[in-house]
Write a protein of this length. Sequence first.
Length: 277
Amino acid sequence: MNSPFRYAICNETFGDWPLTKACDLAAEAGYGGIEIAPFTLAALATDITAAQRGEIRRTIARAGLDCVGLHWLLAKTEGFHVAHPDTDVRNQTVDYLGDLARLCHDIGGRVLVFGSPKQRSLLPGVTPEQAIDHLREVFTRLVPVLETTDTVVALEPLSPVETDVLTTAAETCRLIDAIGSPHVRLHLDVKAMAAEPTPTPEIIVASAPYLEHFHANDENLQGPGFGGVDFLPIFRALDEISYAGWISVEVFDYAPGAERLARESIEYMQRIEAELA
């Protein structure tokens, strides 16, 4: 084992819990970080005042956690799309992603996970090649704000069930190369990688130079250890590439309950990590 993994959890796992309660439970369960979905804070990032941002940052710190950053960036918003044929819509989207980068910085985070399948999927009249070109334009234009805020956008390949733009890690890495900034990197998600024909450990190793952030979950949409995905070869691959970023639990089926998802996910991951020693 090269170095201990760092574990975080996404705050929407806790539903309508106050952030203080969610952070306290996460810390008590053994997590070192928390990852924030902006819609749990306000309808728009711009609705969150400087005072509120300071309090969010202090709440996370008081629990002894680090703020990992943001994910679900455009969830529950209207009017934003990174591959829209209308230049005005893309301009508005660049501006709002900049607002999110500033929010991320203000609450102590660094990573912005860009999944947002609905806000990147092909629209009528837009070819796949045009969509990729629009993404390259949008994220290239975002780079100056990322540099100023010392944040990183981590682009997330998603399954073809979720979107038809950026559905493989390899395609996403090619886009990252085209953008050519250390502030635009790769995010990998276990559930999403399961849709690729290439085995997940091989994707991780092949993507090593690009990898910024990692989501742990299962194909059944619950936490690691709650389904059939074996994390031992996944963690072996992360260890092989000396991955030093966060491993963050992100679930989509909350049926087991927040406390059980939080506790049993990290307990399972810690058991798997111990097998690497």
